[in-house]
Design a protein around this ligand. Structure first.
Ligand code: PLP
Length: 387
């Protein structure tokens, strides 16, 4: 039987929780949680409709009304028109990704994965005895399309793209998406487009989904999205996949044997929130834009970090630590244990000299955490963190 290790980011968070009680004031900027509630009043109204909650089994792929609302949401952010039978509601983005990989990957199949990557992709590929082929990105985290092209073999089954990217915040521009789509079509490869952060785009950028480039690109793409970040409801576990009707039917078959339908209560709340999605996402974006700007500026001013580019999207900063290339894991651990500030080590995303900071708190809290971090780096300059 194959063994899959626990998500390292989840394990880090568990460790952090144990340590946090030792500090009067502990700041966690590690998990990818927005911790916002712009929709408090909307939720109150939804809960007053308790008599509309369905406590029975329901359609595996989600309620028709939710799929209709998702189609509208997806069109707003990513373009393209998906019909109800081209959408499945999933338990968050994670279940969508797991089911797509389970459907497509046989032992020995190759999955092209740009680095840095979100840890879950790699663990699922390994679990399925697939082979992750890591693709280079440049200093600004843009995918090296020549490297991608060189690494495609007859065993390649899938390309995973994640734009805006967790952890780097980089987005893939239309010209690169076009090249990726052409390579996928030429080599008969599927594309998993993880668009979980597509409502988080700064500098008035307009999101481009690879699925919107052409009918051919759409047919071989599986869009994965979730409302965990955009509507700040990670605990409700509502996400979706959009693809061809044939692919959705395969995903539905798998889901019919695992979780069945997503909780009807969660579906009902997501549907209620989606009626107001433009307002909720606008407020969320405004808040995160300010936090990203502030934290980016602070990190840029620090002596011992290198903030290569400003994130174009998502909710993270991903600085490189300049201490002779030592492993930032030990630095994060020491910062956590001695100062009560938690960031996520970059090695979980394939780059061990980086660390990830989620800007999930108000600016005064970010200021405090970054001041502690700056002092810590200065005190520890040139020391090694390997012990
Ligand atoms: C890139 C990416 N994809 C998917 C997910 C999964 O989201 P969910 O919490 O909806 O399962 C996350 C969560 O952090 C993520 O960062």
């Amino acid at each position: 039987m194959n063994i899959i290790p626990k998500s390292p980011t989840a394990s880090w968070f568990e460790m952090e929780n144990k340590i946090s009680s030792k500090f009067d004031s502990f700041i966690s900027l590690s998990l990818g949680d927005t911790i916002l509630d712009f929709s408090k009043n909307i939720k109150k109204t939804i809960f007053q409709q308790e008599n509309k909650f369905n406590y029975r089994y329901s359609a595996i792929s989600g309620s028709d009304s939710l799929k209709q609302a998702i189609s509208k949401y997806n069109r707003h952010y990513a373009g393209g028109n998906y019909l109800k039978n081209e959408i499945i509601v999933t338990n968050g983005g994670k279940q969508g990704i797991f089911n797509v990989l389970l459907t497509l990957i046989n032992p020995g199949d190759e999955v092209l994965l740009p680095r840095p990557y979100w840890d879950t992709y790699l663990e699922i590929i390994n679990f399925l005895n697939g082979k992750a082929i890591l693709i280079k990105t440049d200093g600004n985290y843009n995918m090296d399309i020549d490297d991608l092209s060189k690494k495609i073999t007859s065993k390649a089954k899938l390309i995973i793209i994640n734009s805006p990217n967790n952890p780097s915040g980089a987005i893939i521009r239309r010209s690169s998406l076009k090249k990726i789509a052409d390579l996928a079509i030429e080599n008969n490869i599927h594309i998993l487009s993880d668009e979980v952060y597509n409502a988080f785009l700064y500098n008035d950028e307009k999101y481009v989904s690879i699925s919107s480039l052409s009918q051919e690109a759409k047919e071989r793409t599986i869009v994965v999205n979730s409302f965990s970040k955009s509507l700040s409801i990670p605990g409700l576990r509502v996400g979706y996949c959009a693809s061809s009707k044939e692919m959705i039917s395969k995903l539905e078959n798998i889901q019919s044997h695992s979780t069945g339908n997503v909780s009807n209560v969660s579906q009902h709340i997501a549907l209620g929130l989606l009626e107001h999605f433009e307002k909720i996402t606008k407020d969320t974006l405004k808040t995160f834009n300010k936090r990203i700007d502030y934290s980016f500026k602070r990190l840029k001013e620090m002596q011992n970090t290198e903030m290569v580019t400003k994130p174009a999207g998502a909710i993270y900063l991903f600085p490189k630590i300049m201490n002779g290339g030592e492993d930032a894991y030990y630095l994060c651990k020491k910062l956590l244990e001695t100062r009560g500030v938690s960031f996520m080590p970059g090695k979980y995303f394939g780059l061990k000299d980086h660390l990830r900071i989620t800007v999930s708190h108000e600016i005064p809290v970010l200021d405090k955490a970054l001041t502690i971090f700056e002092e810590f780096l200065e005190e520890n300059e040139k020391r090694h963190y390997t012990t």
